[in-house]
Design a protein around this ligand. Structure first.
Ligand code: ZN
Length: 242
């Protein structure tokens, strides 16, 4: 089976549509949370995602904050103001969809979590030490996470050692290690100094990870963000990719 793996769309419909077009054919979609927050199209992104075939979707911290399940005061002031805007903009149908999302999904070979398998909604896997500890918190060979907006592969050869970090090259299909935590990067708000939307296609039988980047019309999203009165820093970072 070929799964399209998308994460951290952050209400950026233009980036999401570019990804869906670039992805070609796929049998299922795994969406790793943060559908909303930061961007100007929360309802449109949710509507697009929920009609994708064989969708599995988990909740992210921005989705939980938009539902008031997480106190917006725990976010920095700009993120908080984007959350308040999102709360006002979400329609009832979008809200119900987000309310139904689980924190973690375990499949036969893969576990899906937004931040980490240990603390699915909140924990950032930004270093090998934290990643190493997290290998004890999932039972499948592979765990796929989002949240950091950084495409990365952590692999663990031996539980007595530190996990190894590698940064994949776009458009190079690789066989995933036996035991790995993988991040496809962010669709709607990349933070690795590459403004292109990030996603991956995962071949579950062959264990092949096809990580890709696609250009999208950043300017049109920035214009919608200006019209919505969203924070300047979030508008700028789309063009810079960090
Ligand atoms: Zn995010």
């Amino acid at each position: 089976m070929r799964a399209l793996v998308i994460s951290d769309i952050h209400a950026n419909l233009t980036a999401l549509d570019a990804v869906l077009e670039a992805a070609g054919s796929f049998d299922a979609v795994w969406c790793l949370g943060d559908l909303v927050g930061y961007g100007p199209d929360p309802n449109e992104c949710i509507a697009r995602v929920r009609e994708l075939p064989n969708l599995l979707c988990i909740i992210g911290n921005h989705d939980a904050a938009a539902l008031d399940q997480i106190d917006a005061d725990t976010f920095n002031p700009e993120a908080r103001s984007a959350i308040r805007w999102t709360q006002k903009s979400l329609n009832q149908s979008s809200r119900s969809f987000l309310q139904g999302l689980p924190e973690k999904i375990q499949l036969e070979r893969v576990t899906l979590a937004h931040g980490s398998p240990r603390h699915p909604v909140w924990e950032y896997l930004l270093d090998t030490r934290t990643a190493t500890l997290n290998f004890e918190y999932f039972e499948t060979p592979i765990c796929i996470v989002g949240h950091t907006h950084l495409p990365v592969i952590y692999s663990l050869l031996n539980s007595n050692h530190l996990a190894r970090l590698s940064i994949p090259e776009p458009n190079q299909v690789i066989t995933l290690p036996e035991h790995a935590i993988v991040n496809p990067g962010s669709v709607g708000q990349p933070r690795d100094r590459d403004p292109r939307a990030a996603f991956a296609l995962y071949d579950t039988e062959e264990n092949l990870w096809d990580y890709r980047r696609v250009v999208y019309d950043v300017l049109s999203v920035q214009e919608r963000m200006i019209q919505a009165g969203l924070p300047e820093r979030h508008i700028q970072r789309l063009a810079a990719g960090w």
